[in-house]
Design a protein around this ligand. Structure first.
Ligand code: DUC
Ligand code: ZN
Ligand code: ZN
Length: 475
């Protein structure tokens, strides 16, 4: 009888803290040994020349979610999680959105119906709270947190989602009571409405004006307001999808004052700019890149790297939010191209997140290998109540592993992608570093772009309370 079901042999194991030449022994889907040399295995995988890293955890993706005021998403759980494993990600945390007036519990159950048996990787849900009624705050949220949905997202913009200041405070206070972590979309509703209407009156309706309608000052103001509300209620918050220097500096300011304010950024804020939204001579093709907050400029990329290097940001997520480009409902044809305001907001990226951070971060010398692992896996697990089950390579962790070729040069292209969308916003981006093999709980689920896993391999993760959600004043 073998000691291990599988040994990954001869690779370089990288965790958030260490880099070592070691074999990894796996039994019953979990890592049971990390040692110089492991023998007596039923099966072995040769990882010489490869990095052996924890599978990516993407704590910010959207799958099967009705659009932000628009058409259906290009990915449900089948294609979204297929894309995840092809890109080396083994756990995703999508959102379960509460439509106004609906019960949160019923909304979550709808997402479970979409995901159960339809996922190639493990998943949990954050809750999007759009209607913080007395019953939501008093009963539904506390009960859902106890059931393993331990984080919520709230919005400061969008007609169907925006919460006013009083409602934000109520949700923050509720999170404090039940120990949940609140993610905040920081862009100011009124400022965006004002700018949108002014631009439209002036005939400035091309996709590029999406970026002009919500400049960094709009994000900075909302970030500051969210931080102030978090301070007032003594509630830790995570500011998601931060796009540039101004909001980054608000988060740094809060952190320097000792507040528990965390930050997330995404590939689009180091790889795309507002100029991409110009398309060809300000035509509708720029709609491909419409997401919120919008990509900024090269100086903002440097500010984001500063935030990554100095620890302002804990997580690097994709904000995978895919829509089709072509077709009746595509980003190219929103409401007969009448205005940028109708272009569905979001871009695909779950499959390209690791390559972009590795290439621009590790290969170009901005971050270490260990920081890469922290930003793409370990910190997500710690922040969202999945640690020490997910997010590292050590005895006791699930054997969620990506074998990574640090020297492989590739050009990101739609034909390589496994998502449902008909384009990638990173088309033509040359990267160094590519996933060779992905293992989910010890099973090889993707290899060299081929999907070897089965639908239903992925399961629901009931998450613990986040230790980062404990209020500064104590629980
Ligand atoms: N917020 C997100 O988190 N994703 C896409 C669009 C948005 O506004
Ligand atoms: Zn958002
Ligand atoms: Zn998002």
């Amino acid at each position: 009888m073998s000691d291990y079901d599988l040994v990954i042999r001869g690779g370089t194991v990288v965790t958030a803290s260490d880099t070592m030449k070691a074999d990894v022994g796996i039994r019953a889907g979990r890592i049971v040994a990390v040692a110089e040399s492991l023998t007596n295995a039923a099966k072995a995988i040769d990882a010489s020349g490869l990095l052996v890293m924890p599978g990516g955890i993407d704590s910010h993706v959207h799958m099967a979610q009705p659009a932000f005021g628009g058409p259906a998403m290009a990915d449900g759980f089948e294609s979204g999680t297929r894309s995840a494993i092809a890109g080396g990600t083994t756990t995703v945390l999508p959102f379960a959105l509460q439509p106004r007036g609906a019960s949160l519990r019923a909304s979550v159950m709808d997402y479970h119906k979409e995901a159960d048996g339809q996922s190639y990787c493990d998943y949990g849900f954050h809750l999007i709270v759009s209607d913080p009624s007395a019953s939501v705050l008093g009963q539904e949220l506390p009960a859902l947190v106890a059931d393993g949905y331990t984080s919520f997202k709230v919005f400061m913009t969008y007609d169907d989602l925006v919460l006013n200041d009083r409602q934000l405070l109520e949700v923050f206070d509720c999170a404090r009571g039940c120990g949940a972590l609140v993610m905040v979309h920081c862009e100011g509703y009124d400022a965006i409405r004002f700018m949108t209407e002014r631009l439209e009156r002036a005939g400035k309706t091309a996709p590029y004006y999406h970026a002009i309608s919500r400049p960094q000052s709009v994000e900075r103001e909302a970030t500051h307001r969210a931080i102030s509300h978090a301070e007032l209620t003594d509630v830790p918050i995570m500011v998601v999808h931060v796009s540039g220097r101004e909001p980054m500096e608000q988060i740094r300011w809060a952190q320097q004052r000792g507040l528990k304010v965390y930050g997330e950024t995404c590939p689009q804020y180091v790889a795309l700019t507002a100029d991409d939204l110009k398309g060809l001579n300000m035509d509708a093709s720029g709609g491909k890149y419409v997401c919120s907050p919008p990509p900024r400029d090269a100086a903002s990329w440097e500010a984001i790297w500063e935030g990554i290097r100095t620890g302002v940001f804990q997580t690097f997520s994709s904000d995978h939010c895919p829509f089709f480009y072509e077709g009746e409902m595509g980003k190219l044809n929103p409401k007969a191209r009448t205005s940028f305001r109708w272009v569905p907001n979001g871009i695909p990226g779950v499959e390209t997140r690791l390559q972009i951070l590795f290439s621009k971060g590790v290969v170009e010398g901005r971050i270490s290998l260990n920081e890469f692992v922290a930003l793409t896996s370990t910190n997500h697990a710690k922040m969202y109540g999945l640690y020490p089950k997910k997010g590292s390579i050590a005895p006791g962790f699930d054997a969620d592993i990506v074998l990574w070729d640090p020297n492989r040069k590739e050009t990101i292209r739609q034909e390589l992608m496994h998502h449902g969308a008909d384009y990638t916003p990173y088309e033509g981006l040359a990267v160094t570093g590519w996933p060779v093999m992905t293992l989910l709980r010890g099973k090889v689920v993707a290899e060299e772009g081929k999907i070897l896993g089965a639908l239903g391999d992925g399961g629901f993760l009931k998450r613990a309370l986040s230790p980062y959600a404990v209020p500064a004043g104590g629980a």
